[in-house]
Design a binder for this molecule. Structure first.
Ligand SMILES: Nc1ncnc2c1ncn2[C@@H]1O[C@H](COP(=O)(O)OP(=O)(O)OP(=O)(O)O)[C@@H](O)[C@H]1O
Ligand SMILES: O=C(O)C1=C[C@@H](O)[C@@H](O)[C@H](O)C1
Ligand SMILES: [Mg+2]
Length: 172
């Protein structure tokens, strides 16, 4: 069993929003590893970061992603930092992986100052978002088989782009 699409990208790229729409369009189930972690931990992700620390969160995330890849056959959205794990990047080989990209300005606009995103809850979310993008862009691209830049697209248009055939133009 393997997910039809694995969706990843930075916070605010639309993994949850677009992932859900994509699953609806394909009439398959949607699963988000962030939700799996919340269910397992029995508390919000911000509390996992505060109480247990980021390394503990990353270990739970590695486990949740492996479980999703092995047991889910619909659309699987990963947390924004899941690609930081080399083990996870290795496990993504052979899967159809969609990288939803978003630039700093739009990413910060979409995520706002939400404390639900502990890594962006500091004093300078723009700088934090930029350094996060700089560090992760090569990792997202290492595992992605499809990349869509979402800044100027609605979630529906992003789904269209994911499903658009990429081969040579048909007919004349
Ligand atoms: N293409 C888009 N155009 C405009 N707004 C969008 C788009 N995609 C997502 N959004 C909005 O941006 C916000 C963040 O989207 P979403 O929660 O899906 O991102 P995410 O990638 O799952 O983030 P996280 O890594 O924090 O889970 C939501 O308010 C959502 O409605
Ligand atoms: O970008 C990140 O590192 C994170 C993104 C979210 O999806 C959550 O997985 C968590 O807030 C960490
Ligand atoms: Mg999400």
């Amino acid at each position: 069993m393997s997910p039809r699409f694995v969706v990843l990208g930075p916070p605010g790229a639309g993994k949850t929003t677009v992932g859900r729409l994509l699953a609806e369009r394909l009439d398959v189930a949607f699963r988000d590893t962030d939700d799996d972690i919340v269910a397992t931990a029995g508390k919000p992700i911000s509390d996992v970061f505060t109480d247990d620390g980021e390394p503990a969160f990353r270990a739970m995330e590695e486990h949740a992603v492996a479980e999703g890849l092995n047991t889910h056959d619909g659309v699987l959205a990963l947390g924004g930092g899941a690609v930081l794990s080399a083990t996870t990047r290795g496990r993504l080989a052979g899967h159809t992986v969609v990288f939803l990209n978003v630039g700093m300005a739009e990413g910060v606009r979409r995520t706002g100052m939400s404390s639900a995103r502990p890594l962006l809850a500091g004093v300078n979310p723009r700088a934090t978002f930029k350094s996060l993008l700089d560090a992760r862009l090569p990792l997202y691209r290492e595992v992605a088989t499809i990349e869509v830049t979402t800044d100027d697209l609605t979630p529906e248009q992003v789904v269209d782009a994911v499903l658009r055939p990429t081969g040579p133009a048909q007919g004349t």
